[in-house]
Design a binder for this molecule. Structure first.
Ligand SMILES: Nc1nc2c(ncn2[C@@H]2O[C@H](COP(=O)(O)OP(=O)(O)OP(=O)(O)O)[C@@H](O)[C@H]2O)c(=O)[nH]1
Ligand SMILES: [Zn+2]
Length: 335
């Protein structure tokens, strides 16, 4: 397998020092507490870790330099993108996957579809620099997927949206634009939406190698959380797929650009508000409230925006020094 097929690009090439040209390059495929495997030109290898070194700080999808003979880890290369999430009560974010080009945000054409949850996944993708795609599974179980496609497309500008049957080979064709050689995609979504099913279809797993898929319990549409480990799987016809099990709650924190990209239609109105620091609640001359009144902006979308912005503020440690050092802008100064 060539490095290009594995996702290697000029971005990584530029990081190789003159004394490092003799080292081999490999892409992390699995990460456990004290061991890692990686895909390389000679196939899957077990990485050697220097003594007293654990795997903290490594993510599936990372590129590493290794000793050619022993596969001993030398160093990790800078990432092009990094999917990470805030976990409650911890200041160190959990690494989900690195160097992911596209995030497939999976939901179903049923009551799993939830604006607020999908918006959280979009913030995650936007912040990482990964292109989000909404994948609506179980399209075969309804007469018309159009209303779901419509709702999904409204979540963010220029957002690609695909409806499919995850069990059928058509899923492969529908997702082909993001699954070319050397492309990396990751899968997220709540339990039971069909992530494992999609993985089995895209990676054409034989029944023995297939990831267990949990039948939906009758009565509700919750799956059974059948998936456990995270890893890099080859997609038929090219590309790599990373499944990300166990991501039930997504807290928003330390977000710089992800919210503004998601809520561009709100962010863009803000400069037209009378007050520079308008909270878009009840200030006079608020362009955002005016848009709600005019029917061009959904009030519920605005309230979800507010909730995420506040959550992000609460979960963000100001890095530019103690709060008191910053002169807060006087409310209503500009007029
Ligand atoms: N008809 C139909 N069934 C689907 C589709 N996608 C998934 N299913 C079924 O839905 C159930 C749940 O799918 P899984 O692939 O296990 O879901 P998951 O997202 O991996 O769930 P966890 O492993 O719990 O995170 C299984 O019985 C699948 O066969 C689809 O597009 N159409
Ligand atoms: Zn305003």
């Amino acid at each position: 397998m060539s490095l290009t097929e594995l996702g290697w690009s000029a971005f990584f090439d530029e990081q190789i020092g003159p004394d490092e040209t003799g080292l081999a390059r490999a892409r992390v495929a699995t990460v456990h507490r004290s061991r890692m495997t990686a895909q390389s030109e000679i196939g899957l290898v077990k990485l050697g870790l220097p003594v007293q070194r654990n795997t903290t700080g490594f993510a599936v999808g990372d590129w590493v330099l290794i000793e050619p003979g022993t596969h001993m880890l030398v160093r990790r290369l800078e990432r092009q993108t990094l999917l990470q999430r805030q976990t409650e009560g911890s200041h160190t974010p959990q690494l989900i996957a690195a160097n992911v080009d596209t995030l497939f945000i999976v939901t179903s054409c049923n009551e799993d579809f939830n604006h607020a949850r999908l918006e959280r996944y979009l913030v995650l993708a936007n912040e990482a620099g990964t292109t989000p795609v909404i994948v609506l599974t179980k399209a075969d179980q309804i007469d018309d997927a159009a209303p779901f496609l419509q709702k999904a497309a409204e979540l963010q500008r220029a957002l690609p949206v695909v409806a499919l049957n995850a069990k059928s080979d058509e899923a492969m064709t529908a997702l082909a634009p993001w699954c070319g050689a050397g492309q990396t995609v990751a899968l997220v979504g709540s339990s039971g939406v069909g992530k494992s099913t999609l993985l089995n279809t895209l990676a054409a797993k034989s029944p023995e190698a297939a990831q267990a898929t949990g039948g939906i319990r009758k009565g509700d549409d919750k799956g059974r959380h059948t998936t456990t480990a995270r890893s890099l799987h080859p997609i038929v016809g090219g590309g790599w797929l990373i499944d990300t099990p166990g991501m039930r709650t997504l807290h928003v924190g330390e977000i710089a650009v992800g919210l503004d990209i998601l809520f561009a239609e709100i962010t863009e109105l803000a400069p037209q508000c009378r007050f520079r620091d308008c909270s878009h609640t009840q200030e006079p001359g608020c362009a955002v409230q005016a848009a709600v009144a005019a029917g061009t902006l959904d009030a519920e979308r605005l309230s979800r925006w507010r909730k995420l912005v506040e959550e992000n503020r609460d979960n963000t440690v100001t890095k530019s020094g103690p709060r008191g050092n910053k002169t807060p802008e006087f409310r209503g100064k500009r007029r």
